[in-house]
Design a protein around this ligand. Structure first.
Ligand code: PMP
Length: 345
């Protein structure tokens, strides 16, 4: 297995990071005349903690991990981009990704001028582990697995993910954005077994905080330290740090929402299966359903006309005819079903 030192880009390894005022002095009580801040308009006048210590301690406690294995980003999109900047030499290195999957891996790769080697899932939306490993070479730095996968909704088999973790000679990024809907399938309890694993989670889904932009990357303290060196100094603003800390006092709210949404998903599935135009509903571990229909665009357009917006995924690999429907509240889902009844009549 290549070590972190062998995988990090040479310029990043030798980088002298920006040292902010709050890096140089982080004590709480003092007269702060070091950061050219305005003394008025407390508390918004002060720069936030660059390492989000108070918030990280709370998350570490909830997740049962050490704080130094946690990086916080402006959404989990930030650590996706940082992974390219840390490990991939533009125009030289490549990444391997499953297909179909979350679109930002490709966009981040394109921004960073990194080739993406896409490996199709099987027709059952499972990992083709042999093909994934075969697609890698000595310039493959990252391998992206999203589980539960967006847009297919399924989680991958534990033994398949383990094989990749054991056999891929680079950094595996396991995107668990939807894992709170199936917490028992998370790899987080096994993080310390895999020094080249980065697990992404987010507060945007089950936690209901997409608007405050807060994502998590769990990894070895060494990888977290690389991210800390290259991130914007104050990447998480004080409003987000404070609001997330407050909302995390009540994790039971998240558990309750997960129960409601998982239950609503079953009800929606049952009701959708009654429509003759729904050919297939794929199994989902996430807060959305992927359905196959004969006329995805006609249904999509009809629903827009009814003021209901779903996602047309019919042009995505292996998803011909597919629509992705996010699970809403009981009344939102009822409105969707009413509109679909109108469509079918
Ligand atoms: N990963 C996956 C699989 C996603 O679907 C999304 C958002 N749609 C993200 C990451 C990004 O989440 P965030 O809001 O934390 O940037």
């Amino acid at each position: 297995m290549r070590t972190l030192e062998q995988l990090v880009r040479p310029n990043i390894k030798s980088l002298k990071p920006y040292s902010s005022a709050r890096d140089e002095y982080s004590g709480a009580e003092a007269i702060f005349l070091d950061a050219n801040e305005n003394p008025f308009n407390d508390p918004y006048n002060r720069y936030p903690d660059p390492y989000q210590r108070k918030l990280k301690a709370k998350i570490a406690e909830l997740k049962n991990i050490a704080s130094d294995s946690l990086f916080l980003g402006n959404g989990s999109d930030e650590p996706i981009d940082l992974s390219f900047r840390a490990f991939c030499e533009p125009g030289v290195d490549n990444i391997v990704s499953i297909d179909p999957t979350y679109g930002m891996y490709q966009v981040a790769a394109d921004i960073n001028n990194i080739a993406v080697r896409k490996v199709k899932l099987t027709s059952e939306f499972e990992l083709d582990v042999d093909a994934l490993l075969k697609a890698t070479d000595s310039n493959t730095k990252l391998l992206f697995i999203c589980s539960p996968n967006n847009p297919t909704g399924n989680s991958f088999k534990k033994k398949d993910i383990e094989r990749i973790l054991n056999e891929f000679n680079g950094i595996t990024i396991l995107d668990e954005a939807y894992i709170d809907f199936v917490p028992e399938k998370s790899f987080l309890p096994e993080l310390s077994k895999y020094p080249n694993l980065i697990i992404l989670q987010t507060f945007s889904k089950a936690w209901g905080m997409a608007g405050i932009r807060l994502g998590m990357a769990f990894a070895s303290p060494k990888i977290v330290s690389v991210f800390n060196h290259i991130k914007y100094p104050y990447n998480i603003n004080i409003l987000t740090q404070q609001k997330a800390f407050d909302l995390l006092q009540n994790p039971e709210a998240k558990d309750e929402w997960v129960n409601i949404l998982n239950n609503e998903k079953e009800i929606l599935k049952e009701n959708l299966s009654q429509f003759s135009f729904v050919e297939k509903i794929y199994p989902s571990d996430a807060n959305y359903l992927l359905i196959k229909t004969e006329k995805p665009l006609a249904i999509y357009d009809f629903l827009v006309g009814q003021g209901i917006i779903i996602r047309n995924r019919s042009t995505v690999s292996l998803c011909e005819g597919c629509l992705r429907i996010t699970i809403g509240s009981e009344s939102e889902n009822a409105s969707l079903l009413d509109a679909l009844k109108k469509y079918s009549s």
